[in-house]
Design a protein around this ligand. Structure first.
Ligand code: CA
Length: 368
């Protein structure tokens, strides 16, 4: 019969989070400027006119001046990109997505766009040079702003939405912007695996404890006719794993038609991409066990793992594009005595006579 001799102790989990806040900039003294660039510059008298211009007349209900906050800017940008697949970004003079506005149509970022595509504001319109302080990427573009022309000077990470408050790098400094197509989660997971991205774990969303199968780690044999206490030593190793994984599903429909009779079957596929790394934690442990006379006591260890699941940020090395992908960590949770049980097995008459197992001195302790 197995008896449990210790309880589990779990490490506490620290959840880290970060949040950014945009701040209002002081109002500028010059009248706002609303322009669209698609190889040539065209300007409108108000924001509504600019949105109409940038969407080739598809969106007519934009406000006369942009609404503050990234939520409004993002929502309108999503509508605009559907109307014009060539739109790449929209920029605002204030850090809160208000003020003067410049939209740029540089063939979006869909398809196999070369990374990065660079646009120089000083060439497009000097009025926007060193004056744009918030932006939203469109049609799959993430926008990386830079201090100088041609992606020179200080370069900011590529992001789908960005803002630059007074007193920070790039505030009233942006002269060029670079576009990077947003990687898919599959591409990001591959990039984590092949080193094209730096992948950082953040936000653990769930944790669970899993017990593996019990396995023997040590035994002690008491060949004497007296109950004895024995100290057993052993080591147990646990494989810790970190993986960046993602998966996508695919549905294949196969149909047959015979006149009016139609029959079909849907097949679903799931494919996983990812990276898995492992390392090992070894626990050295000891336990005192009471071994009855003429019994073998076999000690079992049930390995316990804590499995954490959350989100990892994949930062592409060639341009700082950030993509969130799922991650899991499987780590040893035992702290030394967790999950120990032992079996007591009577020695057979043959074993009691075996000089290797029961020498004349009586009693042997050894690890497996
Ligand atoms: Ca500049």
């Amino acid at each position: 019969m197995r008896r449990k001799i210790a309880a589990t102790a779990l490490a506490t989990l620290t959840v880290l989070s970060s949040a950014g806040m945009a701040q209002n900039a002081t109002a500028v003294g010059t009248p706002p400027r609303y322009c669209h660039y698609n190889g040539k510059l065209q300007c409108a008298t108000d924001f509504r006119g600019l949105v109409r211009l940038a969407t080739n007349g598809a969106i007519l209900d934009a406000p006369l001046t942009p609404t503050a906050g990234w939520v409004s800017a993002d929502a309108l940008s999503r509508r605009m990109e559907r109307a014009n697949p060539y739109l790449s970004s929209i920029h605002f003079s204030n850090p809160d997505w208000t003020g003067s506005v410049l939209t740029i149509a540089a063939n979006g970022c869909l398809g196999s766009m070369t990374r990065p595509a660079v646009m120089n504001l000083n060439m497009i319109d000097p009025n926007f040079d060193n004056k744009l302080n918030s932006e939203v990427g469109m049609n799959g573009c993430q926008v990386s702003p830079a201090e100088h022309p041609d992606r020179g000077g200080y370069v900011g990470d590529a992001r789908p939405i960005g803002w630059h408050n007074a007193g920070t790098q790039l505030y009233n400094q942006i002269t060029s912007v670079s576009y990077y197509p947003t990687p898919t989660k599959e591409e990001a997971a591959k990039a984590c695996a092949n080193g094209a991205a730096v992948c950082t774990l953040k936000d653990a969303q769930s944790a669970s404890v899993v017990s593996g199968a019990a396995r023997p780690v040590a035994f002690s044999t008491n060949c004497t006719s007296i109950n004895q206490s024995r100290t057993l030593w052993w080591e147990t190793s646990f494989a810790n794993e970190v993986s960046f994984e993602t998966e996508y599903g695919q549905k294949l429909s196969i149909g047959l038609e015979f006149g009016d009779l139609k029959t079909g079957i849907d097949l679903s596929f799931t494919q996983r991409y990812g990276q898995r790394t492992t390392n090992t934690t070894t626990f050295k442990q000891q336990e005192i066990v009471a071994v009855p006379a003429k019994y073998r006591s076999v000690l079992y260890k049930t390995p316990s793992y804590q499995i954490l699941k959350g989100v990892a940020t994949a930062k592409m090395r060639d341009g700082g594009v950030l993509v969130d992908i799922p991650w899991t960590v499987k780590q040893a949770a035992a702290d030394g005595s967790d999950g120990l049980t032992w079996d007591e097995i009577p020695l057979t008459a043959a074993e009691l006579k075996d000089p290797n197992l029961c020498p004349l001195s009586g009693g042997v302790t050894r690890t497996l």
